[in-house]
Design a protein around this ligand. Structure first.
Ligand SMILES: [Zn+2]
Length: 116
């Protein structure tokens, strides 16, 4: 079964979203496709893997999810920083709000609209 994983170096500052069938496979894939050059200087044992149980990845291919917004949309990432909000276009911190990626300002507007 495919699962969403976060692969990161111990301090968890930089993380990579990976779709794999096991944590071992996720780690291997992240190292093989080191898109952010995170793992080149570190020891294999320093690299950690966390299964994101909320991840919805059944239809995604096995491998590193290079599109951070997609990884957020699928609940592999909890939030992302420094990306353009797909709703208002501001570069800021984005979250997944009920399956839609947006910034906190857009989330506030959404709440205003849904209040009676
Ligand atoms: Zn926004």
């Amino acid at each position: 079964m495919k699962r969403g994983y976060l692969v990161f170096v111990s301090d968890e500052e930089y993380v990579v979203a990976v779709v794999a069938t096991s944590s071992k496979e996720a780690k291997k894939l992240a190292i093989k496709n080191d898109i952010y050059d995170l793992f080149c200087d570190c020891d294999f044992t320093e690299i950690k893997v966390k299964w994101q149980k909320e991840g919805k990845v059944e239809d995604l291919p096995i491998g590193v999810v290079e599109d951070a917004i997609k990884a957020l949309e699928r609940n592999i990432y909890g939030y992302i920083d420094g990306f353009d909000c797909p709703v208002c276009g501001n570069e800021t911190i984005l979250s997944n709000i009920n399956g839609k990626v947006m910034c906190s300002e857009c989330e506030d507007k959404l709440e205003d609209k849904t209040e009676p």
